[in-house]
Every structure is written in structure tokens, then in C-alpha cells.
Ligand binder design. Structure first.
Ligand code: SF4
Length: 181
């Protein structure tokens, strides 16, 4: 049989499709990502554009931007993260339910960008785990969409059945760590 997550055999009575729990759960999750728009600076304008008719993030089932962290599962950090805001970003991330993912949009969110100063965090991955980084200053909306597709690919490979139950030791509590590291 071909190595695939879905198997179909018409000879089986009732035409049953056989698959894996991981494949079903991941398929549902990756097509219903609800972003938490953490707009902190100019990159947020490009994030807003991605939601408009021209770029239309709803093609990927991601148009439901939630401003309540408890209703969101993907934080898109768009903009410069100052130390003043870092605590807020971390608190909102903590309030999001598992499973959750993070996209660092733009040079500032990824590395601090041009702001190598006492006031700016040199990358949001110092306080929360980042799944996908987007380069650019600012990245275009297409770059964000590309990142979201990469995130979908990543979600598709996760061991979701394991994630259905609370973890004993949460590796994401470690500052600067990334998922799966
Ligand atoms: S990466 Fe550029 S466009 Fe984005 S927040 Fe920083 S300075 Fe602004």
C-alpha cells in the first residue's frame, strides 16, 4: 500500500476511509488557525493588508482574527517588541490555550531589527517560542501568507494525539526555546 495518511478501499463494505488520528486532528487544526494579531509597529499594517480583499488570508481559513487570547491559537507578532511591551506579549501568550503557535513577522520581531538599543528586545523568541520567522522590513503580505502556509505544514507533522493531554514539563517555558527543540 502507498505510504499515506489516508487509505481508501472500496472493497470494504460501507466504503470506509482509514486514517490516523494525528492526520485528522492536524488537518482540522491547520485549516482553522485563528490568529492573535499582536500588532506593535509598522509591520502590523502589512498584517492588516493580508486580511484585506487583495491578499485575502481567509483563503486559508485564517481570517478570524481574535483579540481575545483565549479564542486564538496563533500569535502573529508584527512589529518592534520593546521591553515595556515584552511582559504584555508574554502574558497574552500565556493566556492562549494549547496548542498554540507563534509567527515572528518582520526583522524587528525576529531579531530586534535596526533597533539595537537598550529599549528593544532583540527578538521575541527571547520570551516566547517562535515557530516561523518572516524576514523583511516590512515583509509584504505575501511573505506573511507564505509563513502561514509553512506553519500549516508544521502543524501537519505534529504528534497531536500526544498534545491532547497536559504535559508534565512544558519545554516552552524555557526562554528562547523553539517548539520541538
Ligand atoms: S521590521 Fe521594519 S516595518 Fe516591521 S516593525 Fe520593524 S521597522 Fe517597522
Amino acid at each position: 500500500m502507498q505510504n499515506t495518511t489516508i487509505a481508501y478501499d472500496s472493497k470494504v463494505e460501507g466504503e470506509i476511509i482509514v486514517t490516523q488520528a494525528d492526520a485528522v486532528i492536524n488537518w482540522i487544526r491547520k485549516h482553522s488557525v485563528w490568529p492573535m494579531p499582536m500588532g506593535l509597529a509598522c509591520c502590523a499594517i502589512e498584517l492588516m493588508a493580508a486580511g484585506g480583499a487583495r491578499f485575502d488570508i481567509s483563503r486559508f481559513g485564517m481570517e478570524v482574527m481574535r483579540f481575545s487570547p483565549r479564542q486564538a491559537d496563533c500569535m502573529i507578532v508584527a512589529g518592534t517588541v520593546t521591553y515595556k511591551m515584552a511582559e504584555v506579549v508574554r502574558r497574552i501568550y500565556d493566556q492562549m490555550a494549547e496548542p498554540k503557535w507563534v509567527v515572528a513577522m518582520g526583522a524587528c520581531a525576529s531579531t530586534g531589527g535596526m533597533y539595537r538599543s537598550y529599549a528593544t528586545l532583540q527578538g521575541v523568541d527571547q520570551i516566547i517560542p517562535v515557530d516561523v520567522y518572516v524576514s523583511g522590513c516590512p515583509p509584504r503580505p505575501e511573505a506573511l501568507l507564505d509563513a502561514m502556509i509553512k506553519l500549516q505544514d508544521k502543524i501537519g507533522t505534529e504528534r497531536s494525539v500526544n498534545n491532547l493531554f497536559p504535559k508534565k514539563a512544558d519545554s516552552k517555558e524555557v526562554a528562547g526555546a523553539t517548539k520541538g527543540s
